[in-house]
Design a protein. Structure first.
Lengths: 289, 296
């Protein structure tokens, strides 16, 4: 079973909950798909067995020797990436989208495309099973391609090691990397918290998840921080036919656990937080049947 | 007050949920209460939330569009040149069965297919990516919201348009999306100064380091705000001290601060002490601006 954990809004506790889920059983594959800010490896310090390069795309580069500064390429660029200089045109690495049109229109063959391959994917073992995670290089387009690779690798790892459960720690937002993190999974768990933005982002995330017809449920983290807003979220979920699988109380112990590089389940297995997380997990597995 | 007109300040963080919007909205509010003209641009186009904190009147909304090709099959010779030119695999082509189709979701609107076609068989239409909405607030200041439609491949174009919408002469606060990928870079690109909001936890530190490395590459001046101070450990403090990074402000972890925010109320509006703190944060930013920290 593949469970994807997302949130819409950042900082609702998605990663802490994912880490807790990953330590509930002794045999899981944990896939950190928040490739823009992966964090699970900090807690679990996996033993790296494989490091793979990821080429996200290409960037155009001018050869100052051949460039005559004719400027033919400039108006063709729809990303405003090309500007004039004394040494021929300059293509901004940040703005270049890699479409290759400038290279195609250059009459002097002065532009070449170079692979942008600073991103990485790591595979290894950790104390509760296997772990795969991606690290996107700064400034890369988070197109979801690296997320797809991480997920493929996680599936292969699950098969290879005969593991049933894959836990996916997804990225915030609602864009491509989120879509890549949830498509084809068995269950999407949206972690929210009782604040106005939490509810609004929950709605946006649920819209995306439900549009793919994936079984979606909600976990309200820090539910006791604002009882009224928690009630609002409950009401909203009821109206939109989303099951709430659990209510996690607010406890600074979650931070203590993180500081000690442990999941809350490992740090304090009998705490109210851990009990609530275990129940939530049972609810998801029960639903599956 | 020091010379500040037209400064663009980006509020960013690698990790989500560290308090970017909290800082951006409260800084905006504090300046507004002093009758200083300031614009807030919500660049978190995937999940824009800044508007929740203000009583505002919608002034205008416009669509952000991108060109996508339309193939006029009455002129198409099925030569496949456009398919070959497309670097995004957005033109599906089966030569044997003379089948050609644009996959709009994959198109980046670069226009290469248009250049490729020698038969005038490619036209373009506008495809909607999101909206830019201007809101005017009671104090005449402006909030600009970039909002991406669900299912769009990237928020970058919507973010760029939102930033362009702000007037250059006025102090502008940009509330960035999380992470350090494209959307973040585009929010930082035009900024004079970047405020990084973090929290004193291992996750906060790891994402802070990643963001600092990126900003140093971009040669931006920046400083750090530690939110939820008192939680976690000292490692973020050790790191910024060791790296000689300016600590701009500490916001203590207090349940009341969190619950004020969660209800959509601005701390600076109800606590004069906090308004003062955010105004002095602004003064510090103005003093620090241009002070590029190259030490590594």
């Amino acid at each position: 079973m593949e469970i994807s954990i997302i949130s819409g809004k950042g900082g609702t506790g998605k990663s802490s909950i994912s880490a807790a889920f990953a330590t509930l059983s002794s045999d899981v594959v944990l896939a950190d798909c928040d490739v823009d800010a992966s964090n699970q490896h900090i807690l679990f310090k996996p033993k790296h067995e494989e490091e793979q390069e990821f080429t996200g795309g290409q960037k155009a580069l001018t050869d100052p020797e051949s460039c005559t500064n004719c400027g033919i390429c400039v108006p063709y660029c729809r990303f405003d990436a090309i500007s004039f200089s004394d040494n021929g045109v300059i293509i901004s690495e940040t703005l270049c989208d890699g479409c290759q049109l400038c290279k195609r229109v250059c009459p002097h063959q002065a532009i070449k495309m170079v692979d942008y391959n600073k991103s990485r994917m790591y595979t290894g073992s950790f104390r509760n099973g296997r772990m795969v995670y991606g690290q996107l290089a700064p400034g890369e387009e988070n197109s979801g391609k690296l997320v797809n690779l991480v997920r493929d690798k996680a599936k292969k790892q699950a098969k290879l090691h005969n593991i049933d459960t894959i836990i996916i720690d997804g990225p915030p937002g609602i864009g491509c990397p989120v879509i890549s993190s949830i498509t084809g999974t068995d269950h999407v768990l949206i972690v929210t918290e009782p604040c106005l933005s939490g509810l609004i982002d929950l709605a946006r995330a649920a819209e995306v998840s439900q549009s793919f017809g994936i079984k979606t449920s909600v976990l309200i983290n820090k539910f006791d921080l604002d009882q009224n807003l928690t009630t609002d979220i409950e009401e909203w979920c009821y109206k939109n036919q989303l099951e709430i699988v659990g209510f996690i109380p607010f406890d600074t112990m979650i931070v203590e656990a993180m500081v000690n590089c442990k999941s809350i389940i490992e740090w304090s297995p009998d705490s109210a937080v851990s009990i609530a997380i275990r129940d939530a997990c049972k609810n998801i597995l029960y639903e599956k049947r | 007050m020091l010379k500040a007109s037209g400064i663009k300040i980006t509020i960013a963080s690698g990790k989500g949920g560290t308090g970017k919007t909290f800082v951006a909205t409260n800084l905006f509010q504090s300046l507004s209460m002093e009758r200083i003209p300031v614009t807030l641009v919500d660049c978190d186009a995937e999940t824009p939330n800044a508007k929740l904190f203000f009583k505002s009147k919608k002034e205008s909304t416009r669509e952000v569009t991108q060109k996508v090709p339309v193939i006029d099959e009455s002129h198409c010779t099925y030569c496949g040149k456009c398919h070959e030119y497309c670097n995004y695999h957005a033109i599906f082509f089966l030569p044997q069965s003379q089948m050609i189709k644009v996959i709009e979701e994959l198109c980046h609107g670069c226009g290469a297919c248009l250049v490729a076609c020698k038969y005038g068989a490619i036209l373009e239409k506008d495809s909607e990516l999101g909206t830019i909405t201007r809101y005017s607030l009671t104090n005449h200041n402006t909030l600009i919201e970039s909002r991406m439609h669900t299912g769009v491949y990237s928020p970058v174009q919507v973010i760029k348009k939102g930033i362009k919408e702000a007037t250059d002469q006025i102090i502008t606060i940009l509330d960035a999306p999380p992470g350090t990928s494209c959307p973040f870079i585009h929010t930082v690109l035009k900024a004079d100064y970047v405020v990084l909001v973090t929290e004193p936890t291992p996750f906060g530190l790891s994402n802070l380091k990643q963001t600092v490395d990126t900003l140093r590459l971009m040669e931006k001046s920046f400083g750090v705000i530690i939110n939820r101070a008192g939680l976690g450990n000292d490692e973020v403090y050790n790191y910024i001290k060791q790296e000689n990074i300016k600590l701009l402000l500490e916001i203590p972890f207090q349940r009341e601060i969190a619950s004020t925010y969660s209800r959509g109320t601005l701390l600076t509006e109800i606590e004069p002490e906090w308004k003062k703190k955010f105004l002095s944060l602004f003064d510090t930013i103005i003093k620090e601006n241009g002070n590029i920290n190259h030490q590594r």
